[in-house]
Ligand binder design. Sequence first.
Ligand SMILES: Nc1ncnc2c1ncn2[C@@H]1O[C@H](COP(=O)(O)OP(=O)(O)OP(=O)(O)O)[C@@H](O)[C@H]1O
Ligand SMILES: [Mg+2]
Length: 369
Amino acid sequence: MGTMLSLQKVTKIYPGAGHIKAVDELSFDLEEGEICTVVGPSGCGKTTAMKMINRLIPITSGKIYIDGSDISRLNTIELRRRIGYVIQNIGLFPNMTIGENIAIIPKLLKWDKPKIDEKVLRLLELVSLDPDEFRDRDPKELSGGQQQRIGVARAMAGDPPIMLMDEPFGAIDPINRGNLQNEFLKVQEKVKKTIVFVTHDIDEAIKMGDKICLLKDGHLVQFASPEEMLTHPKNDFVADFVGGDRTLKRLNLFTIKRAMREDPPLIHRDETIETAHTLFSKTDSRYLICIDSDGILTGMIARDSIPDTASRVEDAAAPTQAWMTAQASLKDGLSEIFTHDYGFLIVVDDSKKVLGWLHTEDIKETLKG
Ligand SMILES: Nc1ncnc2c1ncn2[C@@H]1O[C@H](COP(=O)(O)OP(=O)(O)OP(=O)(O)O)[C@@H](O)[C@H]1O
Ligand SMILES: [Mg+2]
């Protein structure tokens, strides 16, 4: 891994616009495979900064390097082959089908037809649109959100190492946006592109970014990881921008696995009630978590509601919904803890094998850092 994208004192002054610096000495470095989200109020210079990277807008002063090459020395065709671009407001060509839109760059690269067809198919699958249903349709027959997915697919078509994405999910409703963000992060785990991702939504910036670049009036105010920005906002502007609930927002950055305790009070469901009483005498917990021979969660048994007639754990256990997978966020975990009355949550893996348990105190400790 090395630096894939480097901006060094990049400045843009639009001619005739009162010589206001739309972007003012912007510097940051991105490692290969990192996503940098660029946020800030409308007009702060996000799109301008992005378009200078692929030279759609000429730089007034400063330098930009991709993978060590000064972009001013690359010809624009070579440059744009290495940089995929998803423009604000989608920009699909209305006179071309969806398939043709996605195939623009591969055609420019003179790939043969079977290779292009294969690529179009794979990319449509990647953005969760059925190739047979969508390939031959016109952009105007698609919803705004579907068009944006095509925009993302088109930008990925030439396999560029760098992607510039200008509010790629801006036109999508919150629920689908959340799903698309998750899908996109999954894809990114595989393809590991270096991505500059513009958004005006701070929650999206926090969720998608390895780094956040916060701009104001063309200036860089803070460049930091989401965790750093939420924990140590550089000034009042940043603190305001990330929001008064920044401590709660940090809950999204951690998985349950990170905070859970690995010593839950377990009991095999085939054990006797005597064993349960013995275990209860050794723990403060009001509950024992019941498992089968594979360690899979089967239920819970409560200290104060063991019927006199019960002889085995199974007779006294009740099924429980108070569990979550270790990959879920602490935010979802906390919410789930408050949904039940146990004061904790059972943490399981994908096969419902018990891994640990999570209390509100564990969450508090994790947030302390
Ligand atoms: N072609 C242009 N000529 C003159 N000024 C421009 C031009 N394009 C943008 N600007 C100005 O430069 C500043 C930055 O614009 P830019 O489009 O980069 O903002 P942005 O952060 O992307 O905003 P938004 O969130 O609204 O998309 C704004 O003040 C804008 O008015
Ligand atoms: Mg913009």
